[in-house]
Design a binder for this molecule. Structure first.
Ligand SMILES: Cc1ncc(COP(=O)(O)O)c(C=O)c1O
Length: 360
């Protein structure tokens, strides 16, 4: 046996389920989390299971980590010197990037617009200020489009991740998650889910899962009926709409084909968009969300933040009577945050310090 085939024999399987399934695809990927994330029963609620995306990293997990794995790899391939994220004051994506980029020695920048003050958003913003390299905190969302435009025209060594990373390359991270789930169902770690329930904001995660389930079926990794994906809207129309989710899912399917994978079709019937859990706006706390968060606490299940996961938790509680296994996608990181930096917090602009004190 020559050396090359020897190496091929001992090479470990790739961490990324997409490349494990289709090793010939050309997809940039840098591993930031620990995979596979567990699937666990939440039997107290019936035939309910949890996909523990919240625990994808002890540093900072949650659904945005998979989005970042392909986008940051793309930034590294392009020799970017700084990676920027855009989002709301309490952005999970911005914080995930800041905490993980330090490990990769990549500089970060963040442009954030105001949102309603909540305890988790305030906790995130304190960590972003404490550990980020460069922060542009806006006083008003009105100037956000101009900042987005300016950042998109910045120097080529600066890489820009759009809000939620909602581009086909970002969604490929979640295509990998769907294939990972297929492997877990094949290994009988859980029954094939009839329903998947998750929060939808920028549409990246939901679109990636839809494309990934279609791909899993195409490559015969998913011989069971495909689950209905219940996407629970947490951001307003038109940012989140059925059409936007399906558009990104189809663009992701085209990205799969363009990168050497098979052609897959997205069936709109797989998606159910729930709008009634949204409440009065983005980050507005709802009663149903608080009840769901309390229920999860009582069952020692992963924490539900009021902006995203609690709203999808509320939908899950209402969907429990549906036949078949229900899989709840735990999207909010459950990792403990690193300590704040009091000097950096004290140096933050006065309007930011005031906002931080406003969280109930
Ligand atoms: C905790 C959490 N859940 C769900 C979502 C929604 O994911 P997406 O933007 O991919 O639709 C987000 C987005 O930031 C999030 O931070």
């Amino acid at each position: 046996m020559n050396q090359a085939s020897n190496e091929a024999c001992v090479a470990p399987p790739p961490d990324f389920a997409l490349l494990r399934t289709l090793p010939n695809m050309d997809v940039p990927h840098v591993r930031l989390g620990d995979y596979p994330t567990a699937v666990e029963p939440l039997s107290a609620l019936g035939d309910v299971w949890l996909k523990r995306e919240d625990a994808s990293s002890g540093l900072y997990g949650g659904n945005k980590l998979r989005t970042l794995e392909t986008l940051v790899a793309d930034a590294l391939a392009r020799k970017a010197e700084r990676v920027w994220t855009l989002g709301a004051y309490g952005s999970n994506q911005a914080l995930a990037l800041i905490l993980h980029a330090r490990q990769l020695h990549v500089a970060t920048g963040t442009v954030l617009f105001p949102q309603r003050a909540t305890p988790t958003a305030a906790e995130n913003l304190r960590a972003i200020i404490s550990h980020g390299d460069r922060l542009v905190a806006l006083r008003s969302i009105a100037t956000f489009p101009a900042h987005w435009w300016m950042r998109s025209r910045a120097h080529p060594t600066e890489y820009l991740i759009t809000p939620g990373g909602a581009v086909p390359l970002g969604a490929l991270g979640h295509v990998g998650a769907a294939l990972e789930l297929a492997e877990q169902v094949q290994a009988e770690m859980m029954p094939p889910p009839a329903h998947i329930v998750l929060a939808v904001g920028s549409t990246c995660t939901t679109a990636g899962l839809l494309a990934g389930l279609a791909l899993a079926r195409k490559v015969e990794a998913w011989p069971w009926p495909l689950p209905v994906v219940h996407a629970v809207r947490v951001t307003p129309w038109p940012i989140t709409s059925r059409d936007m989710v399906l558009r990104l899912a189809r663009a992701t399917a085209r990205e799969i084909a363009a990168r050497g994978g098979p052609t897959v079709e997205i069936d709109p019937g797989w998606l159910r968009l729930h709008t009634r859990y949204f409440g009065w706006g983005y980050a507005r706390i709802t009663r149903a969300g608080l009840l769901a968060a309390a229920k999860f606490r009582e069952l020692s299940a992963p924490p539900l933040d009021t902006t995203y996961a609690a709203k999808s938790g509320a939908a899950l509680l209402d969907l429990m009577e549906l036949p078949g296994a229900k899989l709840f996608w735990c999207t909010k990181s459950s990792a403990a945050l690193p300590p704040d930096n009091p000097e950096k917090l004290a140096a933050a602009p006065a309007f930011i310090r005031r906002w931080l004190t406003r969280a109930p």
